[in-house]
Ligand binder design. Structure first.
Ligand code: ELE
Length: 209
């Protein structure tokens, strides 16, 4: 089933940005996040095992909605769909990648960091834009400034978002969810501390609702 990105984003107060270094970590990590109440998962295409990790999560983790992050190339789109991704996310929005995503009807959060980029993407019909890198590109103040002229554009700020500032972003009228890596720190994954990751996820779910 093709998801609406707006419905997807609204259903999750935060989308974890996951880097899987070892394929064997994919399923226990995803299960820990789901057990902690975080079910929409973005596995970044930053490691060689990412697509296999997505395949494994899609097949084995009940309750997870798995997508891919860090899509950069046109070829990534077909590879992600083939792996069972239900959505994709990119730090940017090169035109060729946007064309490929839209031709495939792939639910997608393209990245933007400026009013012009946001206007181009909204005009193309994207419902939710990833505002990246959120902290470095102006943070809450920048998004708040965009809310008046671009009131109909929804954002998922990512990059520098944490449990400390997530609520400030979520309080803005144009923010529907946030993205971040804080619930799956690489050192905890390396230590296979799945109970610790579940606790982080639960603390996040409890705080953000
Ligand atoms: O991989 C992508 O597609 C990206 O756009 C980058 C990520 O969104 C950030 O690396 C997350 O940032 P932090 O939560 O500050 O660690």
């Amino acid at each position: 089933m093709t998801l609406s990105t707006l419905a997807l984003a609204k259903s999750a107060p935060m989308i974890p940005v996951i880097v899987i270094e070892e394929l064997a970590h994919a399923v226990p990590l995803a299960k820990a996040l789901v057990a902690g109440g975080i079910t929409t998962l973005e596995v970044t295409l930053r490691t060689p095992v990412a697509l296999d990790a997505i395949r494994a999560i899609a097949a084995e983790v009940e309750g997870a909605v798995v997508g891919a992050g860090t899509l950069r190339k046109v070829a990534d789109v077909a590879a992600c769909i083939d792996a069972g991704c239900q959505f994709g996310v990119s730090p940017g929005s090169p035109a060729a990648l946007m064309d490929a995503v839209q031709e495939a009807g792939f639910p997608f959060l393209p990245g933007c960091a400026s009013p012009t980029e946001a206007m181009v993407l909204a005009e193309r019909g994207f419902e939710v834009l990833k505002f990246f890198p959120a902290g470095a590109a102006g943070g809450v103040k920048m998004l708040s400034s965009l809310a008046s002229p671009l009131a109909d554009v929804a954002f998922c700020p990512t990059g520098g978002v944490s449990l400390k500032n997530a609520k400030d972003y979520l309080a803005l009228p144009n923010v529907v969810t946030v993205g971040g890596s804080w619930v799956c720190p690489p050192d905890m994954a390396r230590a296979e501390d799945w109970a610790g990751i579940e606790r982080l996820a639960r603390a996040t779910t409890d705080a953000l609702g």
